[in-house]
Design a protein around this ligand. Structure first.
Ligand code: EPZ
Length: 419
């Protein structure tokens, strides 16, 4: 298994080009199952989770051709596609559950493996299943597979999600696109990636309207041939902005509309970063002194995102005072804490709240990645640690950060991938 060797401390300086968003690309790729005509998706990030989703689509019968840089995929579905999403693919990537809605909506049947849990939590899919059931999907679960079918097209209805869920919102919107009538979804997640999905579907002729957390979808007969470019990855952008602040560096983060990470940029200004933004660029300069912040709480968009919690924790370890972060989305998303403590961090966890002492001098060590975002937090800590660090199992990183070591090398990080 690959590992990273990083020698710190480094000061980051230069330009970073943000890649396409993994979490926008996954539902959009799943939604291509609704199409009879060809769909071209551009600006795909070259990361493992996208490869997994593309393999899953191919296993269902999609014909996929790629551009030379593999960032553009042209997808053409067969008339009679397969509808079995196998455990071997689904177990490696939870986002595969997103093929359930389109398969039942388009083909009236699907056998989709229940996704495994993962290190950050049980990751159940009950909200997905209960919403699709209200649209007319019938299912039972046998040997870890969801055996689903519908008598004819799905039927529009009104659904209120009991809890805000990104994936359940996406699965249901996609399924409702071909249902008979107007579906009204209330208490939806409204992450930018979901708006990218509905923008993609409307561009192809779907009829989707948003009013706050309510989404109205009027079913259509079919979707048109289109070409669509995926939005930039706001979590990658946020990660590099934290890196600049943490390392007292100076970065130009390009290709992203800064408005979608407004909450994060305001927090970085609170710790002392100097930030200037223009249309699709962020200029960020790290402060000499990092100020602490009390009571950061991860919540659904537009609040502070859980996917940046680990990265911010590293930053607050270097603050000149005590901070705290509460994780309210996932039940077990503090795996990075034990690793940071091995680097010298002083962090105490009480239930879902982490109290960070601050004034930490990280000393390089050998570290273990656990989940995608915890792994990148270890990279950030290693960048500002004194001496060498080894980060093991970086396949977690390869799931969601495109070409990260080259992007880091270009802005001054002494990093090497060891096969
Ligand atoms: C999406 O996961 C993202 N993944 C996650 O990013 C992100 O952390 C999460 O949204 C929250 O923003 C993708 O977009 C592929 P949820 P998702 O449904 O859809 C519980 C990353 O690092 N829940 O909003 O799974 C769930 O367990 C990943 O890129 C149920 O109980 O998130 C969690 O505690 C990590 N039942 C909470 O709700 C359900 O049916 C929010 O989950 C669904 C979810």
């Amino acid at each position: 298994m690959d590992k990273f060797l990083i020698e710190g401390p480094c000061k980051l300086k230069g330009k970073v080009l943000i890649s396409g968003s993994k979490n926008a690309a996954l539902p959009i790729l799943a939604a291509t199952l609704l199409f009879d005509k060809s769909v071209t998706i551009k600006n795909l990030p070259r990361v493992r989770d996208i490869d997994t989703m593309l393999s899953l689509l191919k296993s269902l019968g999609s014909k996929i051709t790629f551009s030379k840089d593999k960032k553009t995929a042209k997808i053409m579905n067969k008339k009679n596609m397969k509808t079995v999403a196998s455990y071997s693919l689904v177990k490696t990537m939870r986002g595969s559950i997103l093929v359930l809605g389109p398969l039942v909506s388009k083909f009236q049947k699907s056998i989709t493996s229940l996704p495994g849990g993962c290190l950050i939590g049980a990751r159940p899919v009950n909200y997905h299943l209960s919403a699709l059931k209200k649209l007319g999907m019938k299912y039972d679960i046998k040997k870890g597979y969801i055996h689903a079918k519908s008598d004819g097209k799905l039927r529009a209805t009104t659904i209120t999600f009991s809890k805000i869920s990104v994936g359940a919102t996406e699965n249901t919107i996609i399924a409702a696109c071909l249902a008979n009538g107007k579906t009204v979804l209330k208490n939806c997640a409204v992450e930018p990636e979901i708006k990218d999905l509905t923008n993609f579907l409307n561009t192809a002729g779907a009829n989707i309207k948003w009013k706050g957390r309510t989404c109205e979808i009027v079913g259509v007969k079919s979707l048109n041939e289109i070409e669509y470019s995926i939005m930039a990855d706001r979590i990658e952008a946020g990660t590099f902005c934290v890196a600049a602040t943490l390392s007292r560096g100076e970065l130009e983060v390009k290709n992203l509309n800064p408005k979608i990470i407004n909450t994060e940029l305001n927090l970085l200004k609170k710790v002392g970063a100097k930030i200037k933004t223009s249309e699709n660029k962020i200029l960020i300069k790290g402060p000499d002194k990092i100020k602490p912040i009390k009571n950061i709480k991860t919540k659904e968009y537009p609040s502070f995102p859980t996917d940046l919690q680990a990265q911010f924790m590293v930053l607050l370890c270097k603050a000149n005072g005590k901070s705290s972060i509460t994780e309210s989305i996932f039940e077990n998303r503090f795996m990075h804490v034990a690793e940071l403590q091995r680097l010298g961090a002083k962090i105490v966890i009480k239930n879902n709240k982490a109290i960070i002492e601050g004034k930490t001098d990280f000393n390089g060590a050998e570290l273990m990645s656990s989940d995608l975002r915890a792994s990148v937090a270890l990279v950030l800590a290693a960048i500002v640690a004194n001496g060498k660090s080894i980060i093991n199992r970086i396949y977690h990183l390869d799931r969601g950060y495109e070409n990260i070591e080259n992007k880091l090398k270009k802005i001054g990080v002494k990093i090497k991938r060891i096969k």
